[in-house]
Design a protein around this ligand. Structure first.
Ligand SMILES: Cc1cc2nc3c(=O)[nH]c(=O)nc-3n(C[C@H](O)[C@H](O)[C@H](O)COP(=O)(O)OP(=O)(O)OC[C@H]3O[C@@H](n4cnc5c(N)ncnc54)[C@H](O)[C@@H]3O)c2cc1C
Length: 267
């Protein structure tokens, strides 16, 4: 399962600051049936490179990286959708204001552009046997949470909270990501890092859910994920019911934040 080269087929604006790239490439068929929001790694060439050089697996299955000057830029994204018939993968990119290689690639992407792909990883985003499902995130987590919401068929058991940047249209988010009329979705526009307008109602909601019967998915900016995970643990949520992964950190790029994310996840 070595890294793959994918090609941009087309793009779609999902909302202000959120753009979908539809990608294809030989080998994507390894994506499993249950793929909602699974983690994937994308590789981009550096500004100095004319050609993308991907890591490879050696005979023992170990990843071998190219020499430092040829190493691609790596970023983690989510499976927003996979169409097995067309072999097309949808990945939705936040077009954040601060420059970043992944967001910049997505902003400028044209059909025929190439990028690298590894994964998907094995971490699932929710506990399918739970009675209650609480999904919490921001714009970067919206594609993954939407994919999870699609798999939960009892709308009464599902509650979603999103903290969205100012300027993003709630109508666009509902239309593209949570179209079911009976979806219990609350959108807050509190700005980053998330403030009490966003966190307090969720903390209250958590206090009214039985931890052992609840699947809690926390994704998005570091501060919100860590604050809500602390509260969830205090209330008795344990690992099997709790997905808590910070997707990015305000003012830090992936290179500076990567190790800290893993420390949060391992803790
Ligand atoms: C498991 C996982 C799944 C993810 N899935 C998705 C996904 O499906 N879609 C998606 O858009 N992102 C997703 N992310 C987040 C994404 O990996 C980061 O946002 C990443 O930093 C983007 O890389 P970049 O090159 O654009 O910016 P970087 O070079 O990493 O950062 C440049 C600057 O932009 C800021 N920045 C980065 N991300 C954001 C943001 N979302 N909003 C505002 N400012 C930001 C940084 O703080 C920094 O100041 C996921 C992350 C993880 C760990």
């Amino acid at each position: 399962m070595g890294p793959l080269t994918l090609t941009v087929v087309r793009s779609q604006t999902m909302s202000t600051a959120l753009k979908r790239l539809v990608l294809t490439g030989e080998g994507l068929q390894r994506i499993p049936e249950d793929n909602a929001g699974l983690h994937i790694k994308l590789f981009f060439k550096t500004k100095q490179q004319s050609q993308l050089v991907l890591p490879e697996r050696d005979a023992n299955g170990k990843i071998q990286w190219p020499a430092a000057e040829l190493k691609p830029i790596a970023r983690t994204y989510s499976i927003a959708g996979y169409d097995r018939t067309l072999n097309e993968l949808a990945v939705d990119f936040v077009l954040h204001d601060a420059p970043g290689p992944a967001a910049d690639f997505a902003r400028q992407a044209q059909p025929g552009d190439t990028l690298g792909f590894a994964g998907p990883g094995p971490i699932t985003l929710y506990h399918p046997k739970a009675q209650h499902f609480l999904l919490v995130g921001d714009l970067s987590a919206t594609p993954a949470l939407s994919a999870v919401a699609n798999e939960i068929h009892n709308p009464d058991s599902l509650t979603i909270y999103l903290d969205l940047p100012h300027g993003v249209s709630e109508d666009d988010i509902r239309r593209h990501y949570f179209p079911a009329a009976d979806t219990q979705l609350t959108c807050v526009f509190s700005g980053h890092p998330s403030g009490p307008d966003f966190l307090t109602p969720i903390q209250t909601r958590l206090q009214n859910l039985p931890p052992e019967q609840t699947s809690l998915t926390l994704a998005g900016e570091h501060n919100a994920v860590v604050a809500l995970r602390t509260e969830a643990r205090r209330l008795g949520f344990t690992k099997p019911q709790l997905y808590a992964v910070p997707y990015w950190r305000h003012t830090m790029n992936e290179e500076t934040y990567h190790a800290e994310r893993h420390a949060v996840m391992d803790n």
